[in-house]
Write a protein that binds this ligand. Structure first.
Ligand code: MN
Length: 420
């Protein structure tokens, strides 16, 4: 495995807070978001404790690319525009000479609300973490049938709903759904009693395709990455998932972090996928390292109470990279569009404290977790706040993602026409 942050050190900025070793947003990062300071939605770049109001500085882009407050048009403009913007921002924020013109357009991050950074065109969620697949398969089908026969050959996934994707800070409402436990004779309609999180990374497609692409081409189509929480109703999922896979269990909400961390910022942190346990067909073979060394954690804070970190893991645990998933996605001839979002699948490590869902952490509710507050959890309770965090650690700096957070609110009252 490649060493962390090879050949890279902190690029110093005249924004002092960007030079702190613990900031998520040093000059090496330059993640892209959309913010509102009370005067309308605008495109911004995070630097230290601030967001730079991009439209107010000499960014070098065609202004039409900033007309709509979303990063889709910049993504569509292509890799040379991406590289040009990154170089320009690096110059503006490193060279002290630009401070008088740029400084007035830095707004404290604490003073703005973050909005969706891009319009999600379509959303696909994969199932590409082997530890997660083995754990869930063991619980749902038994240890002998844990890993589906196709799993070591195909990055499997399902087509999700773009409309379900929300930005960090958006409340999530506990869903109603049809459930039936194995020992029940008939299905019931009830609020999900086994509502869960899934710790994932999301890859954002920045260039379109029409027809099949190679893994190397797929990698170049990815603009950047976000943290992603694929909220999941396990009781609804267990009853509905065969034979067509997840449906309503996964359609309540998917929360993403508000900053797009670019592929360019993550370059020094590339790592290879693990050894293949079964050879892949040529179209899925990786021509180079296409995963990233990104430390991840999940925090859970009951309403009004302090947070407990319930899991720590790393994106390098995935069996398939986003580039492999994307290449596979195109084999059918399925066109990919700018703004497509690919969920990695739940990222679980090999140890109990590195599992990326409560389903695994509590082993289906059989081994409830004890939080720092003394409370126990098998699945989420109303009022729980979930926080995902992630960062690639360089030498004296880190490429952070900011928080991907959401509070679970109680189920709504059932309409009269749905009552017994
Ligand atoms: Mn998922």
């Amino acid at each position: 495995m490649k060493k962390k942050g090879d050949g890279m050190s902190l690029i110093r900025s005249w924004v002092d807070s960007a030079n702190r070793a613990d900031t998520d947003f040093p000059l090496n990062n330059l993640p892209y978001g959309v913010f509102d300071d009370g005067q309308g939605a605008r495109m911004g770049v995070a630097i230290g404790d601030f967001v730079l109001d991009l439209g107010r500085v000499d960014h070098g882009l065609d202004p039409v690319l900033l007309a709509d407050p979303a990063w889709n048009d910049v993504m569509a403009a292509g890799p040379s525009v991406w590289a040009g913007l990154r170089a320009r921002l690096t110059e503006l924020l490193s060279d002290e000479g630009h401070r008088p013109a740029v400084g007035p357009h830095l707004l404290p991050l604490a003073s703005v609300r973050m909005l969706m950074p891009f319009r999600v065109t379509e959303y696909t969620d994969f199932y590409a973490g082997k530890n997660h697949a083995v754990n869930v398969g063991t619980m749902f089908r038994g240890a002998e049938n844990a890993l589906p026969p196709n799993w070591l050959s195909i990055p499997i996934g399902y087509n999700g709903r773009a409309s379900s994707v929300v930005v960090s800070g958006t409340d999530v409402v506990r869903p109603w759904g049809q459930v039936k436990a194995p020992d029940e004779a008939q299905p019931r309609f009830a609020p999900s009693a086994r509502f869960d999180l899934e710790l994932e990374m999301g890859a954002i497609i920045g260039q379109p395709s029409d027809g099949m692409v190679s893994v190397a081409e797929a990698d170049q189509m990815i603009f950047g990455y976000v943290l992603l929480n694929d909220w999941s109703a396990r009781d609804i999922q267990a009853w509905e998932y065969q034979p067509l896979g997840p449906f309503q269990a996964k359609a309540t909400a998917t929360t993403i972090s508000p900053w797009i961390v670019t592929r360019a910022a993550l370059e020094p942190f590339r790592v290879s996928t693990p050894e293949r346990e079964r050879p892949l067909l040529p179209y899925l073979r990786e021509p180079g390292p296409m995963l990233y060394d990104i430390a991840l954690e999940v925090g859970l804070a009951p309403e009004g109470k302090p947070e407990t970190v319930i899991a720590r893991t790393n994106y390098d645990q995935m069996y398939y990279s986003a580039a492999q998933q994307l290449a596979h996605h195109t084999t059918s001839g399925c066109a990919m569009r700018v703004g497509d979002l690919l969920g990695s699948g739940t990222i679980s490590g090999p140890t109990k404290d590195s599992r990326g869902s409560l389903l695994e952490l509590s082993w289906g509710g059989k081994e409830p977790l004890t939080l720092a507050t003394g409370e126990s959890r098998s699945f989420l309770e109303d009022g729980d706040r979930l926080i995902l965090r992630g960062a690639a650690q360089g030498d004296g700096y880190r490429i952070g993602f900011g928080e991907c957070a959401g509070v679970l609110r109680p189920a709504r009252r059932l309409p009269d026409w749905a009552q017994e």
